[in-house]
Design a protein around this ligand. Structure first.
Ligand code: NAP
Ligand code: ZN
Ligand code: ZN
Length: 357
């Protein structure tokens, strides 16, 4: 028997979708697949709003597929599991981050780095199959991509860790910027940056925030625990720390120069780019040669590492600072996110506010 979209995706769902590069989101009725043997279905409770959602809905990376339902910092409660599922049961709290599938047999998948699998299936706007993200009433995915939620980690403040958290945690571990006594800079105090400060402090690292906004200083130091705070356009402040950092995590979402950041590194220092501006950076070579400095990148983290990060966050009480919003506020939230006007992550209260009329 041939299959039709209706038989493959028979379960009605409701989400908020962008229809074009205006990026404006509005309700969309769509459908999801039946719960397969290895699938977990869950009711979405909260979903974080990542700057990547904003880049995608506005087609800033030139690969948008509309209608697009964003959301890859999704947490909820399991409503149904397939017959072969072992990881979780009905009623458990779970999360899904940026991936819902991969080939599961290549070198990258074998090394628990599914994010680098050439067949990785993004949670939404996937190149492989049609996927819709967490700005929706429920989700279904293979249990491998489900994160078990620790008992003592709040769902709303924990949701942003599923992307923002793992995106800063993974490079800190991989590039060895997690050693007590090191000095690491965090550039951009937004969703990624603010949890980055908290993870570094939990590792025992000395943290300097580099921000465009002097008004964030007080909070960065007193609430997030940063050791110092520099305003990127205040030249004397920057000059005072040239050559002092073992590493820098750059989370900036817009165009900016890397040259001043490279100067802040010690010899053998590492500048790690996780922010994804839409135009290419200029890379000055001499400052890299004189000091054997490295510029690297990193994309989220694998599923095993994401679980490790979530458990670490629960243990060390790393919880995102959030502004909880109803879904019908999302277009205003996106405008504010564009202007870096959020302390520090919007999280959508999906279960209480996404309802069909
Ligand atoms: P966000 O909350 O908007 O934070 C970005 C921060 O960058 C802002 O708060 C601001 O910090 C700074 N900034 C903004 N415009 C700037 C400019 N013109 N010059 C200098 N600094 C500027 O965004 P986010 O959700 O943390 O995401 C940050 C970036 O990471 C985005 O590009 C996103 O797509 C990318 N991302 C990458 C991955 C990955 O796997 N690599 C994963 C998630 C997100 P200050 O106010 O402190 O200056
Ligand atoms: Zn993200
Ligand atoms: Zn693979």
């Amino acid at each position: 028997m041939g299959s039709s979209p209706e038989t493959e995706h028979p379960v009605k769902a409701l989400g908020y979708a962008a229809r074009d590069s205006s990026g404006l989101l509005s309700p969309l009725n769509f459908s999801r697949r039946e719960t397969g043997d290895e699938d977990v279905r869950f009711k979405v409770l909260y979903c974080g709003v990542c700057h990547t959602d904003l880049h995608f809905i506005k087609n800033e990376w030139f690969n948008a597929k509309y209608p697009m339902i964003p959301g890859h910092e999704t947490v909820g409660v399991v409503t149904e599991v397939g017959s072969k599922v072992k990881k979780v049961k009905v009623g458990d709290r779970v999360g899904v981050g940026c991936m819902v599938g991969s080939c599961r047999s290549c070198d990258q998948c074998d090394a628990d780095q599914e994010q680098y699998c050439s067949k990785v299936v993004a949670t939404y706007n996937s190149d492989v199959v049609v996927t819709y993200g967490g700005y929706s009433d429920h989700m279904v995915c293979n249990e491998h991509f489900i994160i078990s939620w620790p008992e003592d980690l709040p769902l709303d403040g924990g949701a942003p860790l599923l992307c923002a958290g793992i995106t800063v945690y993974s490079p800190m571990r991989y590039y060895g910027l997690d050693k007590p006594g090191m000095h690491v800079g965090v550039v951009g105090l937004g969703g990624l940056g603010h949890v980055g400060v908290m993870f570094l402090k939990a590792f025992g690292v000395k943290v300097t925030v580099i921000s465009t906004n002097p008004n964030k200083k007080e909070e960065a130091v007193s609430k997030l625990g940063a050791d110092s705070f520099l305003v990127s356009h205040e030249q004397p402040q920057i000059e005072a720390v040239v050559g002092t950092m073992d590493g820098i995590i750059d989370t900036v979402s817009a165009d900016h120069s890397l040259t001043p950041l490279i100067r802040l590194l010690k010899p053998n220092g590492k500048l790690i780019l996780v922010g994804a501006p839409t135009t290419p950076h200029e890379l000055p070579v001499s400052p890299l040669l004189y000091g054997r400095k490295l510029v690297g990148g990193s994309l989220i983290g694998g599923i095993k590492e994401t679980q490790e990060m979530i458990d670490f966050a629960a243990k060390h009480k790393i919880i995102a600072a959030i502004e909880l919003i109803p879904i019908d506020y999302i277009n205003i939230a996106m405008e504010r996110l564009q202007k870096s006007n959020v302390r520090y992550r919007f999280v959508i209260d999906i279960a209480n506010t996404l309802k069909s009329d």
